[in-house]
Design a protein around this ligand. Structure first.
Ligand code: COA
Length: 297
């Protein structure tokens, strides 16, 4: 699908994306690149990173890839330094690396819980922490009065509670909290805008394959207000909006891109039934003698 944004809105910018080699992370890489940014991607699997870089280059995007695990601070430092060596600066950091699997809480070992917290929450903090000196105003290649941008990929699982997702819900709650704290501290001190995106179920991603296999998703689709799964493109457009000047006054927010799914709940009555019921209840309460408790109506 064609982008509604001008193709040069990120001209001259440099973006580093963790988890940028596949899924939502790759689509964000491609769209930031198509809109003018040079792209560095970081991922654990070398062959995935390599083929993503080739695909980006085939779109005439300046791209480079690094093998690295966000759980390792040394990897974060090395990949950031290499990005600066290659492109001279960093303007946009997208934290898209994540881990997930379905598991009932009672079957999840503390190490399984910790693994996801380490990737999603600690990994996001580590990348932000090590990127600060490059992203802040006056950093290498930066204007003395304007800093860079961080986008953290989150989820909506923790807005209520989600079955078999205790680890990821806790991890993403921490990510949202990190987004707000850094928006406050680094927005004030360094002119860095920090925002998040909370995708709903996005077709063709590891998230949907792992969490909503076809037999579950076809039933759930009835409850999605817009009645469809999202596309990776939807998330990439949200990232473009936040990363471009269109988002220059947005700081500390997590943009939900889920078609309204997290608000949804099963419809217990049809509209017709509600109209009937509502009038009957009104009539009963109008006709009832004064003084009768409502519970007796
Ligand atoms: N159910 C229950 N526990 C599980 C599990 C599952 N499906 N998968 C992993 N675990 C547990 C392991 O048993 C282990 O705990 P233990 O030592 O107490 O046994 C712990 O999690 C770490 O597992 P391990 O396989 O060593 O971790 P890893 O670092 O190789 O992989 C994962 C990390 C598990 C998050 C893996 O799913 C992954 O790499 N995911 C990345 C891609 C992804 O999930 N994308 C979706 C984003 S929405």
């Amino acid at each position: 699908m064609e982008s509604p944004f001008k193709s040069d809105i990120l001209k001259g910018k440099v973006a580093l994306l963790t988890g940028g080699g596949s899924g939502i992370g790759y689509e964000i890489s491609a769209q930031l690149g198509k809109h003018g940014a040079s792209i560095a991607i970081m991922g654990r699997r070398k062959h995935v990173v390599d083929s993503a870089v080739s695909a980006l280059r085939s779109l005439s995007i300046q791209a480079i890839g690094f093998e690295g695990d966000v759980r390792k601070r040394d990897d974060a430092i090395r990949v950031l330094e290499s990005t600066i060596n290659q492109f001279g600066k960093l303007d946009i950091l997208v934290n898209a690396a994540a881990g997930n699997f379905l598991v009932p809480a009672e079957d999840l070992s503390p190490n399984g819980f910790r693994t996801v917290i380490d990737i999603d929450s600690v990994g996001t903090f580590t990348m932000c922490h090590e990127a600060l000196k490059y992203l802040k105003k006056g950093g290498p290649g930066k204007n003395p009065s304007s800093g860079g941008i961080i986008i953290n990929i989150s989820a909506t699982l923790h807005y209520t509670a989600t079955w078999y997702q205790i680890h990821v819900s806790a991890a993403k709650a921490a990510v949202d909290s990190i987004t707000r704290s850094l928006a406050l501290e680094w927005g004030t001190d360094y002119d860095i805008r920090v925002n998040g995106i909370a995708p709903g179920p996005i077709e063709g991603t590891a998230g949907v394959r792992k969490l909503a296999p076809e037999e579950i998703s076809s039933k759930r689709r009835e409850h999605v207000p817009l009645f469809k799964l999202g596309e990776k493109w939807d998330i990439a457009m949200a990232a473009l909006y936040l990363a471009s000047d269109a988002g220059k006054y947005i700081n500390g927010t997590t943009l939900v891109v889920d078609g309204g799914l997290w608000l949804s709940s099963p419809r217990h009555y049809s509209k017709e039934a509600v109209k009937q019921l509502s009038r009957t209840v009104e009539r009963r309460s109008r006709d009832a003698p004064v003084g009768i408790p409502r519970s007796k109506l």
